[in-house]
Write a protein that binds this ligand. Structure first.
Ligand code: ZN
Length: 384
């Protein structure tokens, strides 16, 4: 017999709206799709948002009702069908269990953009609020790459973001979210949020929380949490490859019943962010200049190993397609030798080099080996 019952649902995607290939249910199934009791069977004890939620619930003797856990590799817009399906699982769970649940916790991402919409999380939370009503607390944990919309802030009682990038604290974030939810259910916390959005577009490499401007901003966030009435200071540098109106930096602060304290803390940290905006925006060379600088560095430091050039505009970890060629073109045009290039997504090229006989060889070989020749031709036709 437990005192509290909490509904859990996870549906996470970082949507690169510039990527041409939509993200459908198949893409979620390739990474993570579990329902009901298969969720804790898969995620208990893992460094994930839901793993952290389960840890705290187990310790506190809280009953969890699992709906769905789904996430896909960053990519193009989430299809309408996939969005309706996964949000439907969460909303249906809330409808079914409305009378028995004391709260809801949703580990989401924050940068989901479904087809035909600007924001995936905000409308889900608004719909969920309709279902559970104003009295049932909703806490949402998010990746710090989330683009936090006003609708998300309005519909949730508290948002809780990762504090690290590269991300290492997914489980801790889920645990903190669950602790905040339990404090709210038990009446020791009355969460109220305020959000500031300093007008800064932080480029991915400058979002590193281990050094540079973000390390200092995160340290200040932790200091602000020691202030009277402040429960959680969230820092979202945002996800620039989601081309939506509310894309960018946001600082939603959770205070205990004191909206002014939340607003003051958010404002103070936003000023720090603004003071550091030059470092956050960064200074990045064009492909021409970048390759030129790399060549000069390599020539000056022959014994120091390779110089690595990263095309941060096409990062597959952020939904990039991995098929853009400006850096490769510069390597060729600047006639660099002793240089390598990786990785290029080019199925047609892979087809050509992995086929036993190349196109010209297959034609000359087709008289001697007609079956191999015809097979080569048919594979080539499907690759184009
Ligand atoms: Zn992230």
């Amino acid at each position: 017999m437990t005192d509290e019952t909490v509904l859990v649902g996870g549906f996470a995607h970082e949507t690169n709206t510039f990527a041409p290939t939509p993200t459908g249910r198949k893409q979620f199934q390739q990474r993570l799709e579990r329902f009901g009791e298969a969720v804790p069977a898969e995620l208990r004890g893992t460094n994930t948002g839901i793993g952290g939620v389960i840890d705290v619930a187990d310790d506190a003797g809280v009953d969890l009702i699992h709906t769905v856990a789904a996430s896909a590799t960053p990519g193009g817009h989430v299809t309408e069908a996939a969005y309706e399906f996964y949000t439907g699982e969460i909303l249906e769970g809330a409808r079914t269990h409305r009378e028995e649940i004391d709260g809801v916790i949703l580990p989401l991402h924050g940068a989901m953009v479904p087809e035909g919409m600007d924001d995936g999380e905000g409308p889900l939370l608004a719909d969920l609020r309709e279902v559970v009503g104003p009295e049932v607390p909703i806490v949402v944990t998010l990746d710090l790459h989330g683009n936090v919309t006003d609708e998300m802030v309005a519909a949730a009682d508290a948002l809780v973001a990762y504090e690290t990038y590269p991300h290492t604290d997914m489980g801790d974030t889920g645990a903190t979210g669950m602790e905040i939810l339990l404090e709210t259910i038990r009446g020791s916390l009355t969460p109220t949020m305020a959000v500031e959005r300093p007008p800064v577009l932080a480029f991915t490499p400058t979002q590193n929380t281990r050094e540079g401007p973000m390390a200092a901003i995160m340290a200040e966030a932790r200091e602000l949490e020691a202030r009277e009435g402040i429960r959680k200071v969230n820092v979202f540098p945002g996800f620039a490859a989601a081309d939506i109106p509310e894309m960018g930096f946001s600082i939603p602060v959770v205070a205990d019943g004191d909206p002014d304290a939340a607003a003051d803390a958010a404002r103070d940290l936003a000023e720090t962010v603004w003071e550091r905006h030059d470092a956050l925006v960064g200074d990045y060379p064009t492909p021409t200049e970048g390759v030129r600088r790399a060549a000069a560095l390599a020539a000056d430091n022959e014994d120091d190993g390779p110089v690595v050039v990263a095309d941060v505009g096409d990062n597959p970890g952020g939904g990039g397609t991995g098929d853009t060629t400006p850096v490769l073109r510069e390597l060729l045009e600047q006639e660099l030798t002793d240089a390598g290039f990786a990785i290029m997504c080019d199925p047609a090229a892979v087809q050509r080099v992995s086929t036993p006989a190349s196109a010209s060889a297959s034609r000359s070989a087709s008289a001697a080996r007609p079956s191999a020749g015809s097979a080569t031709r048919s594979r080539e036709s499907t690759a184009t």
